[in-house]
Design a binder for this molecule. Structure first.
Ligand SMILES: C[S@@+](CC[C@H](N)C(=O)[O-])C[C@H]1O[C@@H](n2cnc3c(N)ncnc32)[C@H](O)[C@@H]1O
Length: 228
């Protein structure tokens, strides 16, 4: 495991001064970008695999990278089906060193999350758990709207409900995530220091810990709803 991951540097100190205005400006407006047909195909494949499994509840691993966390979540949650989604076919096709049986209660698919989340919501499919593990931080100040909590898709992500967890090695990302959750839903959410006591979930988590980075997370439960 690499132990030389660089600490995040940013020209932003603390929560972005434009975050509140951005969230307020967008309130009540739906995200209109057309959904790619490739995302629809990936969505159908994933939902069919879930329907063909003997599991009722669904866990989403959003931005699963190589899919190691998807497999580990599948082993940890044998009564759930796990869908890992990533846009990178390169990452998804990498061989994963895996000792023991590969669990059968998971699938990884290549799709744009911005489409996949809307397809879940349109189909009224509400995951019991939803992980956003080490999303790209986009730490430059002018990249605010690329962070998931500042993206116009975020109200749809929250409307899917369930137990939502975001982890990052950049505290500001998780502070902003929690602020955006509270602003959009009225539900109190907080950033906390995360010190894993059980199995590490993702390669990025392993890499950051080996490099001496602190980890942060925001965890909360929301009801599924039409809109936030
Ligand atoms: C920093 S990596 C973290 C990967 C994994 N969760 C981990 O912790 O090892 C972020 C991942 O999000 C994926 N990603 C970013 N934007 C995406 C999008 N719009 N749709 C799907 N995947 C996306 C990237 O391809 C990348 O694999």
């Amino acid at each position: 495991m690499h132990s030389n991951s660089r600490f995040i540097t940013s020209n932003q100190t603390g929560i972005h001064d434009q975050l509140h205005d951005l969230l307020k400006r967008r309130a009540g407006s739906d995200y209109q970008k057309p959904i790619a047909s490739s995302s629809r195909i990936a969505f159908d494949i994933a939902v069919t695999a879930w329907n063909n499994s003997n599991t009722l509840d669904l866990i989403i691993d959003a931005g699963c990278g190589v899919g190691l966390s998807t497999r580990r979540l599948a082993l940890q949650n044998p009564n759930h089906f796990i869908i890992g989604i990533d846009q990178s076919s390169d990452r998804l096709s990498r061989q994963i060193d895996w000792s023991g049986d590969v669990p059968d209660n998971f699938i990884t698919v290549r799709a744009d999350l911005v489409d996949f989340w809307r397809l879940l919501h349109e189909a009224a499919i509400y995951p019991s758990h939803h992980y956003l593990l080490y999303p790209n931080p986009w730490p430059k100040k002018h990249h605010l709207s690329r962070r998931w909590h500042a993206h116009p898709i975020f109200p749809t992500v929250l409307a899917l409900g369930g137990q939502i967890e975001c982890r990052s090695n950049w505290k500001t990302y998780v502070d902003e995530f929690a602020t955006a959750v509270t602003t959009l839903t009225g539900v109190t959410a907080q950033c906390e220091n995360y010190q894993p006591t059980s199995e590490l979930l993702t390669p990025f988590e392993e890499k950051y810990l080996a490099s001496g980075h602190a980890l942060w997370r925001c965890q909360l439960t929301l009801p599924a709803t039409e809109h936030f």
